[in-house]
Write a protein that binds this ligand. Structure first.
Ligand SMILES: CC(C)(COP(=O)(O)OP(=O)(O)OC[C@H]1O[C@@H](n2cnc3c(N)ncnc32)[C@H](O)[C@@H]1OP(=O)(O)O)[C@@H](O)C(=O)NCCC(=O)NCCS
Length: 170
């Protein structure tokens, strides 16, 4: 039987990662917001000071099967800093292709991120989810995450480029 392996992404995975980023954005009904390119993913994740780290879930064919390993999911994370708690991991994306869901792959990716967080002495691991994505919300809660909007009322904000330019006068 084919098996699943969660491993660190390599530069050569960026094409697959971009494909899955687009699938996730489509699922989130926000595909028009994806501006990232494979080149940017290569440069930003695999240079001297990487801006992000990525895990990929790969299906390994059973002995005798001719299919090569195939990337069916990913988890992309980076380090942030909390003035209250110190070192923190932020999981930007987690995604598994529809036909491979419900087999524990997403949970394996999330568990691996928790392992990396502890190895790097992070005291928390954060992520955000759209308010209609109840299945993902239920999964995160089942895995032990706390809903910060429910518990503490946080709103998530961003300055886009135009707003930043106005602020910076550039
Ligand atoms: C969320 C996601 C990564 C979980 O991966 P997975 O491999 O299906 O997860 P697991 O097999 O470890 O866990 C299965 C659980 O995930 C839940 N789940 C979450 N979103 C789901 C979805 N869109 N389709 C099917 N199951 C989903 C299932 O309800 C299941 O719960 P159960 O075991 O109580 O039945 C995956 O379902 C996915 O990519 N969903 C679409 C994208 C998404 O929502 N990403 C998170 C954005 S914040």
């Amino acid at each position: 039987m084919a098996s699943v392996r969660i491993r660190e992404a390599k530069e050569g995975d960026c094409g697959d990662i971009l494909r899955l980023i687009r699938e996730l954005a489509e699922f989130e009904k926000l595909l028009d917001q994806v501006k990232i390119s494979e080149e940017a993913l290569r440069a930003d994740g695999f240079g001297e000071n990487p801006f992000y780290h990525c895990l990929v879930a790969e299906i390994l064919p059973a002995p005798g099967e001719s299919l090569g390993p195939c990337v069916v999911g990913y988890g992309l994370y980076y380090f942030i800093y909390s003035t209250w708690k110190g070192r923190t991991i932020y999981l930007e994306d987690v995604y598994v292709m529809p036909e491979y869901r419900g087999q524990g792959i997403g949970s394996k990716i999330i568990k691996k991120v928790a392992e990396v967080a502890l190895d790097k002495s992070c005291s928390q691991f954060r992520l955000a989810v759209l308010n209609w994505n109840q299945k993902a919300i239920d999964l995160y809660k089942a895995l032990g995450a706390q809903d910060l909007t429910e518990a503490e009322g946080w709103h998530s904000f961003r300055f886009e480029e135009e707003a930043m330019r106005k602020l910076a006068g550039k």
